[in-house]
Design a binder for this molecule. Structure first.
Ligand code: CP
Length: 326
């Protein structure tokens, strides 16, 4: 795998391999010395043109656990604010010797442009591009579901028959899109629940069925309820009357959560708008996987960097971790 740009591109085998390698990486992360020498001598640049907490920090942790050198670049405070282009920024970084680029950009398609260009010879991993895709978020979500449903350490398994309800701001959500493609590839049944104003105008967006009433959708007793963040920073008009109305119709309130089955998982990619799309009582319940999703993000991103930056097609030989330097 040379680049990781989209989950739509991933075959079932590629996706399962990535999740299985992430299991190996999770095992490494549970050791006292959380390091492998797999990317020793290689350099990873985290190239972030949009804000991030989870994704940027977990890519940094992932690269360091694989013994890579890491350069963190944030557009804020860089020569981007003086008008420097993506091409010139990337060529400047390339001149310093870079093997992998993790890019988050506000423009949908920016990682693809970079991967298809001759500006730099490096593996490109999409860390979120506009409203298009966030493939490592979907992979960590699938990894988290697989661990909760099939058990920690389960390998070779998909999500066949798992019913996932994705709720809220689908229109602006790259997480929703990447999850819809990936979960379907893994055999899950995906449904969106959202107001018409927060859905793309196609009848079955990204191949998923749609509900326009959250309580009807929840009555179908999904295995997983994934709440999406209201992306106010991407809204330049009113998509719902006011926050209180949104919560009443589309929020995972304490009252709705009280009706959940004891096995139903609650997910959210973060950052959360507590009290708007999700009540604290749901976010903090043992059925919530929100903190696990962040923890699993490091293992999944280790797998993504390993598989894109090395030529090996097979999982990392974790026994060599003993050779790693701290
Ligand atoms: N889920 C996610 O992408 O979070 P950050 O914006 O904090 O990276």
């Amino acid at each position: 795998m040379r680049h990781l740009l989209s989950t739509k591109d991933l075959s079932r085998d590629d996706a399962i391999t990535l999740l299985d390698v992430a299991e190996e990486m999770a095992e490494v992360s549970s050791r006292e010395v959380k390091k492998l020498p797999a990317l020793r001598g290689k350099t990873v640049v985290n190239l972030f043109f949009e804000d991030s907490t989870r994704t940027r920090i977990s890519f940094e942790a992932a690269a360091k656990r694989l013994s890579a050198d890491v350069i963190n670049f944030a557009a804020k405070g860089s020569s981007v604010s003086k008008g420097e282009s993506l091409k010139d920024t990337v060529q400047t970084l390339g001149a310093m010797g870079v093997d992998g680029i993790v890019i988050r950009h506000g423009a949908s398609g920016a990682p693809r442009v970079l991967a298809d260009s001759a500006w730099i010879d490096a593996a490109v991993v999409n860390a979120g591009d506009g409203t298009h895709e966030h493939p490592t978020q979907a992979l960590l979500d699938a990894f988290t579901m697989r661990r909760r449903i099939h058990g920690v350490g389960s390998r070779g398994r998909d999500l066949d028959g798992v019913r996932v309800l994705i709720v809220g701001d689908v229109l602006h959500s790259r997480v929703a899109r990447s999850n819809a493609w990936l979960l379907r590839t893994l055999g899950a049944h995906v449904t969106f629940a959202a107001p018409p104003t927060l859905l793309p105008s196609t009848p079955e967006p990204f191949g998923a069925a749609v509900h326009h009433d959250l309580d009807v959708a929840l009555a179908e007793d999904p295995d997983v309820v994934m709440m999406l963040r209201i992306q106010q920073e991407r809204m330049n008009e009113a998509f719902f009357p006011n926050p209180r109305e949104y919560t009443r119709h589309w929020g995972l309130t304490a009252q709705r959560f009280a009706r959940f089955d004891v096995r139903t998982l609650v997910m959210h990619p973060g950052p959360m708008n507590r009290g708007l799309e999700i009540a604290g009582v749901a976010a903090d319940d043992p059925r919530s996987t929100i903190v696990e999703q962040v923890e699993n993000g490091v293992s999944v991103r280790m797998a993504a960097l390993y598989l894109t930056m090395t030529s090996e097609a097979t999982p990392a030989p974790t026994s060599t971790s003993q050779e790693a330097t701290a």
